[in-house]
Design a protein around this ligand. Structure first.
Ligand code: SF4
Length: 324
């Protein structure tokens, strides 16, 4: 993995505007995505993962609103691009495989026409034969036969449809791919195949990839680093090995202890309580009501996301105290 930065996000804030208050769906999130790396982003539903993805693509819809921060790609701040500049950047430099994307394929249009439309939207003047060859090449890249081009979505299995969506996302060979729950609604065996396809495509393009999900097993197999989101904030970012061997943040520790381990027989511990409503967040560290090691200070002061040794980052007063 190179240390060249493909995408740098600084202090991103995305709020949902309600009549009475601003709900901080993404709250001061900063991270770097390195060229060629796979960054997993995990968290309970409502933690801000999908809002983060949509905001980076500038595909968020009202009442969501970007309230601050920057997202630097190729030396330009995505958040400051005008509509036309952003339209040109989407898919060519930064693409999204949205949640439930396989259901977004038009059921009454053949795959080849859906792919051709996407190609023509960005590259005008191509001949029919050039487009057909491109479609076959893209289908081959995601492990599908050329014959899929002549089929309708309903003739494909869920895994095949999801691979068509991956092919659509890489039509313009972006340098950053965001995959939001790319394996949801697929059975376990198909999940592995789709994930492998995604990883192969990402490696062939040497693209950087953000994989959003909640399946820690899939993350362990696919991601180089893992970022954990809780109540709109990133609370831990760690290389994948050290995350599973020695998680820093108490929430990460509970996430891991709730997973079955093939090496060790142990009681599975759940995470007490539930994620707080973003409309009524606890003071200080938002995790404090569920945290087994919280101290008084945690109720009053929001812990910042700090860098620690080994390329690890955590937002926890206790981790900071232990490190110092
Ligand atoms: Fe727990 Fe305090 Fe750390 Fe928050 S800051 S995770 S409440 S120890």
């Amino acid at each position: 993995m190179s240390q060249d930065i493909a995408l740098e996000v600084n202090n991103l804030r995305v709020h949902y505007k309600t009549r009475t208050q601003d709900v901080k769906a993404v709250d001061d999130v900063s991270f770097k995505l390195y060229a060629g790396e796979r960054l997993g982003v995990v968290g309970e539903s409502g933690s801000g993962k999908t809002t983060l993805a949509l905001a980076l693509m500038r595909l968020h819809k009202a009442p969501a609103s970007i309230e601050g921060g920057e997202a630097i790609l190729d030396g330009r701040d995505l958040l400051k691009l005008d509509r036309e500049e952003m339209r040109q950047t989407r898919w060519s430099k930064l693409s999204l495989i949205p949640q439930g994307s396989m259901n977004s394929l038009n059921p009454v249009i053949k795959i080849k026409h859906q792919m051709a439309d996407a190609i023509e939207a960005h590259e005008r003047g191509r001949t029919k034969s050039e487009i057909s060859k491109r479609i076959w090449h893209l289908l081959g890249r995601v492990g599908l036969p050329e014959s899929v081009a002549e089929m309708y979505p309903h003739e494909l299995s869920g895994g095949m449809k999801q691979r068509v969506c991956i092919a659509l996302a890489i039509i313009l060979e972006p340098s950053v791919i965001i995959a939001d729950e790319p394996t949801s609604a697929l059975d376990v065996v198909v999940q592995r195949v789709v994930m492998q396809t995604l990883n192969d495509v990402q490696a062939q393009l040497n693209a950087a990839m953000i994989i959003i999900g909640h399946d820690m097993g899939l993350m362990a197999q696919s991601a180089d680093r893992l970022a954990v989101m809780y109540a709109g904030k990133m609370v831990e970012v760690s290389p994948i090995d050290s995350f599973f061997k020695d998680p820093q943040h108490p929430y990460s520790k509970l996430l891991i202890s709730s997973l079955p381990s093939p090496e060790e027989r142990r009681e599975l511990a759940g995470i007490p309580g539930s994620q707080p409503s973003l409309l009524d967040l606890p003071s200080g560290c938002a995790f404090h009501p569920r945290c087994p090691v919280a101290v008084e200070h945690c109720k009053q002061v929001v812990p910042p996301l700090r860098d620690f040794s080994g390329g690890r980052r955590a937002a926890c007063h206790l981790v900071e105290e232990q490190a110092s």
